[in-house]
Design a protein around this ligand. Structure first.
Ligand SMILES: *Cc1c(COP(=O)(O)O)cnc(C)c1O
Length: 408
């Protein structure tokens, strides 16, 4: 991986840590400038009638929300905790409330906090949303989340086209629409179809939208619906292991333009809610090597840190890309352990063999006291990890913004 200006900024921050502090480096470093610019590029390129929400579960930090709020149309939240986080930074930013297993109290508070839309995930949830909205003297604006009966085999993690806990079975669409129309405190505004995760194929993604669009048009005509929204979800991919395979956003926009030209649905807004695509490249995880060993012929580096901070590689079963940041600092009165040109497995500080962030990766040189810098750690990193397993100290979270002229 070629070091960019930004990477050098990150390296400078790590070196400064070593100058100022004695404990080993262990930190997430987040680049708000890149986050803002990525979001601006995505939002700015969308065709008319499209709106972008940030799926905040990818990284719900206040700094990220503050940074994105002026750029994105709104936020997609999956719990009342996430909704509160948005409302802390903005009273009126549009919020979509999705996710399975919504509790009554969450629905009530979401309505009181004026969420824009609620994604209904089941018939039971539809009934409860209407009942709760009625109790509050309001009408809930709802999208039905549908699990389509088509298969999209190319994606890594598919949330539709097969049995999942998400959404309403496409076979039950007539019943769900009938129920939604019969409920007094609920307004059916459209459909939500998030079927794919970490998809790297931009053309496939546009084809997916055309499938969604056609399906929704069919339901609109068949049930004589007035629709305002089609939410096409997130799922724009990041390639963790092959940088040449990144999702081609410009190609997606071109293909999406063609899809929309052929399909006119006046008055219907097309919503997107990416998380990973906006946030992943804006974060780094830096962890110092505290030990090196050779065990049964295999080389291991042990980090101050691990999967309790950064579970992503374990969750996706990949070797996460990293670079070695060589640091010259060495205080001990004995020789510094070092390996040269070996394949190394990178383990964390937990007492479990699953605490591995990368396997059998060749390194030219690695010493105890060097730092491994993991890229693409801004989404689904800290937030999905079991922070308190083994009660190790949490990592630092360092946010930085302007990288202008910060070369070393
Ligand atoms: C997780 C999720 C997203 C965001 O997915 P990404 O892969 O991060 O883009 C969007 N919508 C829903 C409903 C989700 O569950």
């Amino acid at each position: 991986m070629n070091p960019t200006v930004l990477d050098r900024k990150v390296v400078r921050l790590i070196k400064r840590w070593k100058e100022e502090r004695s404990e080993p480096v262990c930190a997430f470093l987040y680049d708000k400038k890149t986050l803002r610019e990525r979001a601006q590029a995505c939002v700015g390129s969308l065709p008319g009638g499209c709106r972008l929400f940030y799926a905040m579960k990818a990284n719900p930090s206040k700094e990220f929300l503050d940074c994105l709020a002026p750029v994105v149309h709104g936020f997609e939240a999956a719990s009342i905790g996430e909704i509160r986080k948005v409302r802390k930074i903005s009273e009126d930013k549009p919020v979509i409330f999705g996710g399975p297993g919504k509790k009554d109290a969450e629905i009530a508070e979401a309505l009181q906090r004026r969420v824009t839309l609620i994604h209904a995930e089941s018939m039971h949830e539809l009934r409860r949303i209407s009942l709760i909205a009625g109790g509050l003297g309001t009408v809930a604006q709802v999208l039905l989340r549908i699990n389509l009966r088509a298969s999209f085999p190319e994606a890594t993690l598919v949330m539709a086209g097969r049995p999942t806990q998400f959404g309403i079975d496409e076979e039950d669409v007539p019943e769900a629409i009938g129920l939604a129309q019969s409920l007094p405190h609920l307004s059916l505004e459209g459909f939500h179809l998030h079927s794919i995760s970490n998809n790297l194929d931009a053309s496939l993604h546009a084809r997916l939208i055309s499938v969604y669009w056609d399906r929704v048009t069919e339901w609109k005509d068949r049930f004589d619906l007035t629709l305002r929204y089609l939410n096409a979800g997130g799922g724009f991919g990041i390639s963790y292991t092959d940088p040449d395979r990144s999702f081609e956003w410009p190609l997606f926009i071109t293909e999406l333009g063609k899809v929309l030209e052929e399909r006119q649905l006046p008055g219907v807004e097309l919503l997107f809610e990416p998380g990973r695509y906006l946030a992943a490249a804006c974060g780094y995880y830096a962890a110092e090597v505290v030990d090196l060993k050779c065990n049964h012929g295999k080389h291991y580096a042990v980090l101050r840190g691990g999967s309790h901070h950064f579970r992503l590689p374990g969750a996706w079963q990949h070797s996460h890309p990293f670079e070695v940041v060589p640091l010259e600092h060495w205080d001990y009165p004995f020789a510094r352990p070092e390996v040269l040109d070996v394949e190394i497995t990178v383990a964390g500080e937990l007492c479990t063999p699953k605490d591995v962030l990368a396997r059998d990766v060749r390194v030219a040189r690695l010493r105890v006291g060097d730092v491994l810098l993991f890229h693409l750690a801004g989404a689904y990193g800290w937030t999905i990890s079991a922070h308190d397993f083994l009660s190790h100290a949490h990592p630092e979270h360092i946010y930085f913004d302007d990288t202008q002229g910060e070369l070393i």
